[in-house]
Design a protein around this ligand. Structure first.
Ligand code: HEC
Length: 106
């Protein structure tokens, strides 16, 4: 009986651990893709396609410049008040995300 419970709890524990792991990017990473997938993909999706039904615009075709993106990410933009800002990200991290968005996801 004990073995049965173990067989049941092990995969569940692993799943929970894996779930936590995915969220926790190294807080100091400068890798744009990792940062994007951690902070932006929940809403905008990994491909930057957004979600029409949830009112999330695609961001992969954004016309914002790198500089504007960095500001949007870190401080928000009055006309885009529905988008959260990420004061925890450094200027360099925001730049990596902006580059990833403009150069790789487009
Ligand atoms: C909680 C959901 C959410 C998250 C997380 C999120 N966004 Fe957004 N984003 C939005 C919404 C909603 C808008 C539209 C804002 C508005 O029009 O008021 C938006 C707008 C944008 C736009 C403007 C698109 C255009 O029209 O040019 C860009 C670029 C963008 N987000 C990039 C990002 C980046 C980069 C991240 C990660 C650092 C991110 N977003 C995280 C919800 C989110």
């Amino acid at each position: 009986m004990k073995r049965f419970y173990f067989a049941l709890t092990l995969p569940v524990t692993l799943l929970i651990l894996a779930g936590c792991q995915e969220k926790k990017a190294d807080p100091n990473t400068l890798d744009g893709k990792t940062l994007y997938n951690t902070y932006c993909a929940d809403c905008h999706h990994r491909d930057g396609g957004g979600s029409f039904l949830e009112g999330i615009p695609a961001n992969r075709y954004t016309s914002l410049s790198e500089k504007e993106l960095i500001t949007l990410i870190r401080h928000g933009k009055a006309q885009m008040a529905d988008m959260p800002n990420f004061t925890n990200l450094s200027q360099q991290q925001a730049r990596s995300i902006a580059k990833y968005l403009r150069e790789e996801l487009k």
